[in-house]
Structure formats: structure tokens, C-alpha cells
Design a protein around this ligand. Structure first.
Ligand SMILES: *Cc1c(COP(=O)(O)O)cnc(C)c1O
Length: 425
């Protein structure tokens, strides 16, 4: 890459959550392979981020490459309105087979945020169909993150969700406190008291409870008790409120179960999937729901569900998703993720004693060091790059979610670098 190209990038291209007047430096990537990023300056970095939870099998997997090549030579895209194709049918069959029971109607879309928009729209359209039009608000828990589009933003944590400045233009919803009981801690029934109270007092106005099961991602990288989810499911049923599980980050084995809902053995009414759906190859997302909800929506006034993106069910993305799910099911992912969890716990434990560390927590293939204050993101990025690893902290959080194929010695390099960098930051 030429210096002119990099300058053009700085001057003209937005990156996620960046400034156009004070751009932070970007590394130029020439290619990716396995768990490595090859930079255009010849350096090679161990990737701790899996491109934001997505490349679970590592980059450039031969089977995923093959699926992409085959599909692109057959049919890259065709509109989904009035037409259908095998890659989408196979994907819906696989998704309904592996997701929690009862979710047998599949809506395919292009990105996680859209999958959340679709879920919210389904919930509202369902209650309109039932004649309960006063149920036009949502309930969520603090420290959540559900995407960057407007309906999704409105249920992100108002403070950590990165959207507080828009509060004046966003729909107003109900926020319960975040769950405090940690994943492996003894359950404290008080923990869900406030959520129960909001539901008891306002259920006539609440269409759905939306939450990230077990692991809250970009809103704070927090991991909470499965019992919270069990209780939340019960309360939703009791108060006639739909439960939307946003598994865009947690789906496909990341937390040690295929879906985070499986930790609590519950089925949501609506499920959102994205990120790892195509093994990190393409943007694709899905919203699944029950027959009852799908039929109620379809038999009501509009006679259909009111949504239909241009690239809905993109065959290329579906074909890769099919190959990625097959690869996952044929692999020994439980053992791989379990081993990564053990190594993350061991490797990150020394950080707990550091004076600038508030907490260390790991679940599945997710490892988090929470600092006592926000990092200097430019400086810490450089410290990681010097150690040949790619980790991208935000706020107080230094975290990794490696590909499931990462080998023990590579993971050791990654965790050692995290502890060293945090110690010297
Ligand atoms: C990333 C994420 C989203 C948004 O997905 P995009 O593909 O970035 O639109 C929504 N919910 C959760 C839990 C996520 O982690």
C-alpha cells in the first residue's frame, strides 16, 4: 500500500466510531490466514478479535473458500421476492434444527442491526395483530448493545451504548438494572427484582424484553447468571411480554454452548443471529420466531410481515453460512472452546493482581480484563502491535475472542501480551 493511499484513507474514509478531523491510525492489512493478519508492511499479527466475534474457524478456511467459489460460479445473488433458492432453504433448515426449540420461522437479512430491527418490528406487529396496540414499548437491561440503527440504538445502554447524544430523538423504553449475579455465582433472587417490578407495573405497555443472553458484549463485556435468564423467561410468559434474545455475538458456540440460551435451557420468542453466521466471510443475519407469532402477524390487517431488504437471503452469503455451520457441527468445537476458556482463565489470572485492573473474567472463548480507568487507545494499540498481536480495547475493556482453532502456544502469546501491556500501560 502506498503512503498516498493511506493518506486518502485518513482524509476520506470513515472507520467505525472514528473522527474525520482527528483520525486514529489504521494498520493496513494485505491478507489474512488462519489466526493471523498479514500487514502490508510485512508484519504478522496474532488476531485476538476474530474480526468482532465473526471468524470462528479462522481466516481463509479451505472449505469456506470452496463453498464461496462454487456459489459465486453458480449464482452470486438473485432477489428473494417471488424467487427462492437452495442455499437459503438449506440455511433455514440448519438454523431451525440447531436453535432452541420452537423457533421455526426464519427471516434473513444483511446485518445484525437489521436483524434486531426486524425482531422489534415483529414484536410490535404481533401485538397490533392481537389488538393490544398499547404494547408499543420495549424493556431491556442496562449495559446492553444491540446495534447502531435507530430502533436498535434505543435499546442500547444510554451511557455505555455510545448513543446517549441521540436520546432526544430515540423512542423511550424501559430500562431495568443490569444483572449483577456473575455467571458462576450463587443466584440472588433480588437480582431480578427490579425487572419483575417494571413488568408487573407496565406490562400493558411492553411488547418485548430484549436482551443479550449470558454475555453482554459491546455494552460492557459482562457475563451473568443463567438463572437470571430462566427467571426472565418465566416473567415474560407470566406478563404476556415477548422475549427477544439477541445472540448476534454469543451464537455459534462462543460461550461454550451452541447458543447462550442453552445455558439456561430456555427458548426465546424471537432470536437474532449474525456475526459468526458466515464464519466471518460475509455480512448476513437472521431473525427466527415461532409459528404462533409468524401466523398472528400474517393473518392480521397487513396480511404480511412488513419488511424485505434488497439483498435478503443473498445466495453467496447463505452458501458460506451453510458451509460454516457444517464445519462447526463436524468439528470438536466444545472441546476447543473449553480448552480456550481454561487457557484464558490461566493466562489472564496474573492481571488480577495489577493495581490498574478492576476485574478479570472469562467464559467460553471470551477473555476480558477490565481496567479501573479508560485506556489511551492509540498508545495501547501500539503496545499490542509491538508484541505482534491484534487486540482492540475500548473504554476500560481489554478483551479477546479468538478463533476456535487458535493453538495453545499462540493463545499463550496473546494472553501474555495482554497481561504485559496492561501492566505497562
Ligand atoms: C454486533 C452486534 C449487533 C449489531 O450487529 P451489526 O452487524 O454490527 O449491525 C447487535 N447485537 C449484538 C449483541 C452485537 O454484538
Amino acid at each position: 500500500m502506498t503512503p498516498e493511499q493511506l493518506q486518502f484513507d485518513r482524509d476520506n474514509i470513515w472507520h467505525p466510531y472514528t473522527s474525520m478531523t482527528q483520525p486514529t491510525p489504521c494498520l493496513a492489512v494485505a491478507s489474512t490466514e488462519g489466526v493471523y493478519l498479514h500487514l502490508s508492511n510485512g508484519e504478522k499479527l496474532i488476531d485476538g478479535m476474530s474480526s468482532w466475534w465473526s471468524s470462528i474457524h479462522g481466516y481463509g478456511h479451505p472449505l469456506l473458500n470452496k463453498a464461496a467459489h462454487q456459489q459465486i460460479d453458480t449464482m452470486s445473488h438473485v432477489m428473494f421476492g417471488g424467487l427462492t433458492h437452495e442455499p437459503a432453504i438449506q440455511l433455514a433448515q440448519k438454523l431451525t434444527a440447531i436453535t432452541p426449540a420452537g423457533l421455526d420461522k426464519v427471516f434473513l437479512s444483511d446485518s445484525g442491526s437489521v436483524a434486531v430491527e426486524v425482531a422489534i418490528k415483529m414484536a410490535f406487529q404481533y401485538w397490533i395483530a392481537k389488538g393490544l396496540t398499547a404494547k408499543n414499548r420495549l424493556l431491556t437491561i442496562r449495559n446492553g448493545y444491540h446495534g447502531d440503527t435507530f430502533a436498535a440504538m434505543a435499546v442500547c445502554d444510554p451511557v455505555t451504548g455510545m448513543h446517549d447524544m441521540f436520546s432526544g430523538v430515540l423512542a423511550k423504553h424501559y430500562f431495568a438494572p443490569r444483572p449483577e449475579t456473575k455467571f458462576d455465582q450463587h443466584w440472588d433472587p433480588q437480582d431480578i427484582g427490579e425487572l419483575a417490578k417494571i413488568l408487573a407495573e407496565n406490562h400493558q405497555h411492553i411488547a418485548a424484553l430484549i436482551l443479550e443472553p449470558i454475555v453482554q458484549g459491546a455494552g460492557g463485556m459482562r457475563m451473568y447468571s443463567a438463572e437470571y435468564l430462566v427467571q426472565a423467561r418465566k416473567l415474560c410468559t407470566e406478563f404476556n411480554v415477548l422475549l427477544i434474545a439477541d445472540e448476534i455475538a454469543t451464537g455459534f458456540g462462543r460461550t461454550g454452548k451452541m447458543f447462550a440460551c442453552d445455558h439456561a435451557a430456555i427458548s426465546p420468542d424471537i432470536l437474532c443471529l449474525g456475526k459468526a453466521l458466515t464464519g466471518g466471510y460475509m455480512s448476513l443475519a437472521a431473525t427466527l420466531t415461532t409459528t404462533e407469532i409468524a401466523h398472528s402477524i400474517s393473518d392480521s390487517g397487513a396480511g404480511c410481515f412488513m419488511h424485505g431488504p434488497t439483498f435478503m437471503g443473498n445466495p453467496l452469503a447463505c452458501a458460506i453460512a451453510n458451509a460454516s455451520i457444517d464445519l462447526l457441527l463436524e468439528s470438536d468445537w466444545q472441546t476447543q472452546v473449553g480448552n480456550i476458556e481454561q487457557q484464558l482463565k490461566q493466562g489472564l489470572e496474573p492481571a488480577r493482581a495489577l493495581p490498574n485492573v478492576a476485574d478479570v473474567r472469562c467464559l467460553g472463548a471470551i477473555g476480558v480484563i477490565e481496567l479501573t480507568s479508560a485506556v489511551d487507545s492509540v498508545k495501547i494499540q501500539q503496545q499490542f502491535t509491538e508484541r505482534s498481536v491484534w487486540v482492540r480495547p475500548f473504554g476500560k475493556l481489554v478483551y479477546v475472542m479468538p478463533a476456535y482453532i487458535m493453538q495453545a502456544d499462540t493463545l499463550k502469546q496473546l494472553t501474555s501480551a495482554m497481561v504485559e501491556v496492561v501492566a505497562s500501560h
